[in-house]
Write a new protein. Structure first.
Length: 279
């Protein structure tokens, strides 16, 4: 009811109405049920903003990417996102991708989805097995896919000491290491000793976290996500801030389906300084 009747072109008023309605809401649970420090206002505003931009595009007869400044690329690069997995859920038949619990299984998973979809980079979701096993998996992927950029994301599962050990062991192999350890201070400790850039979509997920992250030197790459950052236009604001402070920019893969993915593609196509393939 707070935004009923507002003009779909009045996005500032819509966001202000949402902010007023949520004033004092300090809940740390995000829209996907996960604990987060992202802004509640930005998370609530984002789907309304995307819908309004879609309506604007239909009214004007232009794609949403044109409302974001216009395309700067005709194709958006994405990374193959690898996960350790069983062949099947308990009691179910094995799926088409099969088991991936070791380096050979991950290489097979990567080869299949790259052949099918044409991904130009590879990301492994880690923090599952001992770090040495995940390092061996990255090394196997590097041998199997020479020249393809590689990333490892253990979801902040490691100590700073373990993170530095992994970063040093994978020097010259990883394009970046994503969220190896929790918090801005822990990330700063690792960043000071890491031979490759650190990326995040965990310790920098709101605008008020950017200044301390830059001051501490915690990260060199921010993974944007319009679901967290307040929609497509505020994600462009994030891109401008990253450009100002020399931070790389990629895009986080969320629990989205087709509509959100379409919004991400329009945003990525209109973001000049998207320096890494999207997740």
């Amino acid at each position: 009811q707070a935004i009923t009747g507002l003009d779909v072109f009045s996005l500032n008023r819509i966001r202000a109405a949402i902010a007023a309605r949520l004033e004092g809401d300090t809940a740390a649970v995000g829209t996907a049920g996960m604990i987060t420090t992202a802004s509640a206002v930005d998370q609530v505003f984002s789907p309304f903003e995307v819908a309004c931009l879609d309506v604007q595009g239909h009214v004007l007869g232009r794609p949403v990417s044109d409302l974001l400044g216009g395309l700067v690329r005709d194709a958006v690069p994405f990374s193959a996102y690898l996960f350790y997995k069983w062949a099947a859920h308990p009691g179910a038949e094995p799926d088409a991708y099969g088991e991936a619990l070791d380096p050979d299984g991950l290489v097979a998973q990567a080869r299949r989805i790259i052949d099918e979809y044409g991904f130009t980079a590879i990301k492994l979701k880690g923090g599952v097995f001992p770090p040495e096993e995940e390092m061996a998996a990255i090394e196997a992927l590097a041998r199997a896919f020479p020249g393809v950029p590689l990333r490892l994301d253990p979801n902040a599962a490691w100590t700073p000491q373990t993170s530095v050990k992994v970063a040093s062991g994978l020097a010259g192999i990883l394009q970046y290491l994503e969220d190896p350890t929790p918090g801005l201070d822990g990330m700063a400790d690792v960043a000071a000793q890491s031979p490759m850039p650190l990326a995040t979509n965990m310790c920098v997920v709101a605008f008020d976290q950017l200044a301390p992250a830059v001051a501490k030197g915690s990260v060199k790459v921010v993974l944007s996500d319009h679901h967290y950052w307040g929609g497509l236009q505020r994600s462009r604001l994030l891109a401008g801030i990253c450009d100002t402070f020399g931070l790389g920019l990629s895009m986080h893969s969320n629990s989205h389906l087709g509509i959100s993915l379409a919004a991400m593609v329009h945003l990525a196509g209109a973001t000049p300084n998207l320096t890494y393939a999207c997740d």
